[in-house]
Design a protein around this ligand. Structure first.
Ligand code: ATP
Length: 243
């Protein structure tokens, strides 16, 4: 399997297994994400994509294998320590605090950052990247549209100053035009040097935006390659692009 592995990996997952009791959701996968890359993980419902991201973020224990971040093993660290090292997750369903204001949500994302000046600089950076969010700072987050909530979830994650941003299904439930906006934001984040691993059901869009991609089926990685190669692959086209 050609993986086209990057020279300076930020994330290296080797032989990772994750189980829910007797259910082996992830069955020994390898994946690598290099510095500054935007990499996507696609696959059908139940393939194990969310489980993979949650395990990398430290929300689920491994049943086998290892996770290295910037060359160091992190699979035994709890989630908050991985966050401090620079692994941030935007979870499926966004996980925003619906009763808090937009600004309060953003500031929650900075709870690992003790330096006030750094937090204000982070907020300024997020406001510049997400002007729609800046316009709604005093609004209760639960009243935002789905697309705005997704932008807020990304902004909140950026306030932890991640080196690796894990995004779980950012397009879920959003209209096509809104999805395009979200992907533009993701590309801006990546272009500012944040490494991104993206899980997506919208395979076409994900492969167009990502430099490389992995295809997951029933807990295993079955294909890997450049976004362009996967987009052209007849198996991918038949299974995920409806052709
Ligand atoms: P989706 O796009 O539907 O979220 P996915 O590729 O992200 O799919 P996962 O959610 O990681 O897949 O699920 C992988 C497998 O693990 C599925 O068989 C699912 O039923 C099972 N699974 C997921 N969460 C749990 C859980 N909390 N307890 C038991 N089994 C689970």
């Amino acid at each position: 399997m050609a993986t086209d592995a990057p020279a300076s990996p930020v994330l290296e997952v080797r032989g990772m297994e994750v189980a829910y009791g007797a259910i082996q959701a992830v069955q020994g996968i390898d994946l690598t994400v290099g510095a500054g890359e935007l990499v996507c993980l696609i696959g059908a419902n139940g393939a194990g994509k969310t489980t993979t991201l949650n395990a990398i973020a430290g929300l689920l224990p491994l049943a086998g294998g290892e996770i290295r971040f910037l060359g160091e093993p992190v699979h035994s660290l709890p989630a908050h320590k991985r966050l401090r090292r620079g692994i941030a997750l935007v979870p499926e369903g966004r996980g925003i605090f619906t009763r808090l204001t937009v600004e309060e949500n953003l500031r929650m994302g900075a709870y690992t950052r003790p330096d006030k000046q750094e937090v204000e600089a982070g907020l300024a950076r997020v406001y510049a990247m997400l002007p729609r969010i800046r316009e709604r700072l005093t609004q209760v987050a639960g009243t935002l549209s789905g697309g705005e909530q997704q932008m807020l979830a990304i902004g909140r994650a950026l306030l932890s100053h991640p080196k690796l941003l894990l995004l779980d299904e950012p397009s879920m439930g959003l209209a096509p035009l809104v999805v395009e906006k979200i992907f533009e934001v993701i590309q801006t984040v990546a272009s500012e040097g944040v490494t991104v691993l993206l899980v997506e059901q919208n395979a076409h869009l994900a492969l167009e935006f990502a430099r490389r991609g992995y295809v997951m089926e029933s807990g295993r990685i079955t294909l890997a390659g450049s976004g362009a190669d996967l987009l052209a692959d007849p198996k991918v086209r038949a299974a995920y692009l409806g052709e």
